[in-house]
Design a protein around this ligand. Structure first.
Ligand code: ADP
Ligand code: MG
Length: 238
């Protein structure tokens, strides 16, 4: 569970080819980081995988199944938004349980899954609070909890830490890496931050103007950048 394959995936908005055509394989259990400058198409690519945008052409396979035309809810993936996407009027418990409630799960089953996620994320003592009564890091954990309870084939993160302060970003980066080590679920993580990419990724996908410049491990990219763009963005000087 969690293998994602893109074949000639293209996306245009009107006349503009934002993603002219991408081929990419993401293996089950990998931590893959999409990195590149602002506006290069990272969010669009993630949203295509999530099904929040339709491809203009090309194919997206998830676990050997053609998912290109499937609605987001049927892709088995969970998108983690920035912490401000929580419902402010609901408790932490209800925020985490929300996707389960939508899926019609019984209250007892919901509670068991919420407790499990809360334990993983150190939120057990905060379940009756509302997001406004939590720190930034705790709010981000609630957003992750809402994804964990769905037991997705892959987690999709779009710059989840960008509105946290620098110290908290370092902590949350470690927490997400630890979560990946314990769940062993595929994670796709979008960032424009080279340090995040280098410290978190098994595999980095460097994007530039909707194209893949290079795919490789942090060490590959650092030692053998394919071109000046990658070298300037990530690697040592070529
Ligand atoms: P990134 O996440 O790397 O900053 P995006 O994927 O958000 O980049 O955007 C890539 C390009 O696509 C940008 O030029 C952006 O303006 C454009 N774009 C994104 N979404 C839309 C949209 N819904 N309509 C038109 N253009 C869009
Ligand atoms: Mg973006």
């Amino acid at each position: 569970m969690g293998k994602i394959t893109l074949s000639q995936v293209r996306k245009s908005f009107g006349e503009v080819d934002v993603i002219p055509g991408i081929d990419l394989s993401i293996e089950d259990g990998e931590f893959v980081v999409f990195v590149g400058p602002s506006g290069c198409g990272k969010s669009t690519l993630l949203r295509l995988i999530a099904g929040l945008e339709d491809t203009t052409s090309g194919k997206i396979d998830i676990d050997g199944r053609d998912a290109t035309l499937l609605p987001p809810a049927q892709r088995g993936l969970a998108m983690v938004f920035q912490s401000y996407a929580l419902y402010p009027h609901m408790t932490v418990r209800k925020n985490i349980a929300f996707p389960l409630k939508m899926a019609g799960m019984s209250a007892a089953e919901q509670e068991a899954k919420v407790q499990h996620a809360a334990k993983i994320l150190n939120l057990t003592n905060y379940l009756d609070r509302r997001p406004g009564q939590l720190s930034g890091g705790q709010r981000q954990r609630v957003a992750i909890g809402r994804a964990i309870v769905r037991e997705p084939a892959a987690f999709l993160f779009d710059e989840p830490l960008s509105n946290l302060d620098a110290a908290l970003r370092v902590t949350m980066r470690q927490e997400i890496s630890e979560l990946h080590q314990s769940l062993k679920t595929t994670m796709i993580y979008v960032t424009h931050d080279q340090v995040e990419a280098m410290t978190m990724a098994d595999k980095i996908v460097v994007l530039n103007a909707g194209r893949v410049e290079q795919v490789g491990s942090p060490l590959d990219l650092y030692h053998s950048p394919r071109n000046l763009f990658v070298a300037g963005f990530i690697g040592s000087p070529k």
